[in-house]
Design a protein around this ligand. Sequence first.
Ligand SMILES: Nc1ncnc2c1ncn2[C@@H]1O[C@H](COP(=O)(O)OP(=O)(O)OP(=O)(O)O)[C@@H](O)[C@H]1O
Length: 286
Amino acid sequence: MSEPETDAEGTDEAVSSPTPGSNIAGASGPESGPLIEEPIIQSKDISVFYGDEQALQEITMDIPEKQVTALIGPSGCGKSTFLRCVNRMNDLITSARVEGELYFGGKNVYDDDVDPVALRRKIGMVFQQPNPFPKSIRDNVAYGLDIQEFDGDVDARVEEALKGAALWDEVKDQLDESGLELSGGQQQRLCIARAIAPDPEVVLMDEPASALDPVATSQIEDLIADISEEYTVIIVTHNMQQAARISDKTGVFLTGGELVEFDDTQKIFENPDHQRVEDYITGKFG
Ligand SMILES: Nc1ncnc2c1ncn2[C@@H]1O[C@H](COP(=O)(O)OP(=O)(O)OP(=O)(O)O)[C@@H](O)[C@H]1O
């Protein structure tokens, strides 16, 4: 797919759904899906193939704004693949091919006039392994601002992002020291600060706490709850208790790249519609 020079800044123009009626209960999403009046992300029949292998099967899901949506399911069921569809990171995998539509603020991110780099400014990402750059703490956070040639007060934005990532108090006197000197949990919060510094609308998190100890994990979970007041968070996690603790909505993917159920987290964990989901949640398989 071509990547023309125009960017995705215009996504805000088309705030209404491109498919009127998609928010009518039962008209979109898995049959048990919740009614979401103002989804920020709408996935419509998204399928992904790696070469001839299909990794995702026609995923349809409306993701609400400024809430936490957790994606859970056994290894290899396509959770990370779906996450990478949202900000077109799959574009970077040569064998990957995406079919279907994925709307962000009403704009299909796979339209030819969307610039993936500009899209990723609006949809930041945090990975499993903390991956700060071998740069100072300040420069790590300012990285995205430099790329977008931000002409405001960089130091103020760095401070704001570090506060937003609950790291400021721990690092405010060492902003010129390397980000690599921090503990694993601090490094992950630094990566979250880096992700939110350009003021995105959505933050994607791919198992952000799985490499951390319980204390650092708990700090990240608290942080996710805080940042979801300002940003939409979509998190892939293997930890079902974590999904139950921190998310508002949960999507359950199962083997073969199928989204079996998507609903309010409480419903998924207490009274899922599908036996396969109940079996997975209760540990009978997966
Ligand atoms: N870059 C790639 N090239 C080829 N196949 C891939 C690639 N990435 C993922 N796959 C395949 O796509 C399927 C879905 O993988 P994906 O990583 O999205 O699943 P997942 O649910 O996130 O798994 P995990 O929980 O183990 O991270 C798997 O069969 C995987 O082997």
